[in-house]
Design a protein around this ligand. Structure first.
Ligand SMILES: Nc1ncnc2c1ncn2[C@@H]1O[C@H](COP(=O)(O)OP(=O)(O)OP(=O)(O)O)[C@@H](O)[C@H]1O
Length: 356
């Protein structure tokens, strides 16, 4: 979610600059992460993503500018205390090899001086949350886990003391594509449930558009090319650099993010026999060219799902149908064809260019 009007952002970067030995990694970054927001930074290698993230928990000190956590200036906060309030997950999760899964997850509660009972309950709860049954996993050692399981333990460890803010640097980078998609979905569920504010770094635009409330596309020196919800970044790239990043597979991404609207639909055909002019709007009519039932799609459906239904729809004789009814609240409100999907793609992209 973008920051709610009037509420203080969870993290604010104000004209932040970072130089390493005279070379500029982050030039002049101003950015705000809303409370409970999932903000994803994406951009080419070396553009300053990790440096940006690491300045928020003072693993890296800014050369100039301010970073606020809520209203507190992190550059003045005690770094150790700060890091207990901010969870941090990195690609190769960095579990302590000589500590069990439970001991790893209990790291921050231990530092905070929680008693054993409370810590144990929290560890079990967190392991359940990330899908690792405590009785099977709590006593295992990191080397006895798969890469995906290690990553889950890393997430559980970062969330153990329920930090309001979580920083994640390529958290799923080391996991295979199938495991990765599952972890992304589960992580999003967890983040929504806990309301954690997350700032995440990835170089994978698909991961960014899949997970973010807002995507931040960065160029060299952490120059902000665009900050917008995923659909807008894909449909309306704000610069050539963003267009480049989303260019390959853009249509597939638009299909995954865009939804079917009334303006995209064709009328219900009026064949003069069945229903006549009154066909439209009636629940489940049957008319030639429009077969209702399994092949209807909902208004608001994901465009990709609409295409799937369209490519599979056949009539009683097995002949491919070119139009599929669209239902809203149990009422047929029109039909969708390949042409309607193309129209929807134009709507999404033309709107952006201010021409549609
Ligand atoms: N400790 C350091 N000392 C000197 N230069 C550094 C240091 N850390 C990063 N840099 C440089 O700062 C720039 C930004 O690095 P950073 O790791 O923030 O980029 P990134 O966008 O996260 O890259 P990647 O996607 O490859 O991880 C790079 O040019 C990098 O070489």
């Amino acid at each position: 979610m973008p920051p709610a009007p009037g509420s203080a952002p969870a993290i604010t970067f104000e004209a932040v600059r970072k130089e390493y030995a005279g070379s500029v990694a982050v030039d002049n970054l101003s950015l705000a992460v809303g409370e409970h927001e999932m903000l994803v930074l994406v951009g080419p290698s070396g553009c300053g993503k990790s440096t940006t993230l690491r300045m928020a928990n003072r693993l890296v000190e800014p050369t100039s500018g301010r970073i606020l956590l809520g209203e507190e200036d992190v550059t003045r906060a005690d770094p150790v205390r700060l890091r207990r309030r901010i969870g941090y997950v990195i690609q190769h999760v960095g579990l302590f090899p000589h500590r069990t899964v439970a001991q790893n997850v209990a790291t921050v509660p231990g530092l905070l001086g929680w008693d054993r009972g409370r810590t144990r309950r929290r560890v079990d709860e967190l392991l359940e949350l990330v899908g690792l049954a405590p009785d099977r996993y709590a006593r295992r050692w990191p080397h006895e886990l798969s890469g995906g399981e290690r990553q889950r333990v890393g997430v559980a460890r970062a969330l153990a003391a329920d930090p309001p803010v979580l920083l994640m640097d390529e958290p799923f980078g080391a996991v295979d594509p199938v495991g990765r998609a599952r972890l992304q979905t589960e992580f999003l569920r967890l983040q929504r449930e806990l309301g954690t504010t997350v700032m995440m770094v990835t170089h994978d635009i698909d991961e960014a558009v899949r997970m973010a409330d807002r995507v931040v596309v960065l160029g060299a020196g952490a120059h902000v090319e665009q900050v917008a919800p995923p659909l807008e970044v894909v449909a309306r790239p704000a610069s050539a650099a963003v267009a480049d990043l989303v260019g390959r597979g853009r249509v597939a991404r638009l299909l995954a993010l865009g939804r079917l609207e009334r303006a995209d639909l064709e009328p219900v055909p009026d064949d003069g026999r069945e229903g006549g002019p009154g066909t439209r709007g009636r629940a489940a009519p049957t008319a030639d060219g429009v077969r209702l039932g399994a092949d209807a799609v909902r208004l608001g459906a994901e465009l990709g799902d609409v295409v799937t239904v369209l490519t599979r729809a056949v009539d009683a004789r097995g002949t491919a149908l070119t139009a599929v009814p669209v239902v809203d609240d149990g009422v047929v409100v029109g039909t969708v064809t390949a042409q309607s999907v193309v129209r929807a793609l134009h709507r999404l992209t033309d709107d952006a260019a201010g021409t549609g």
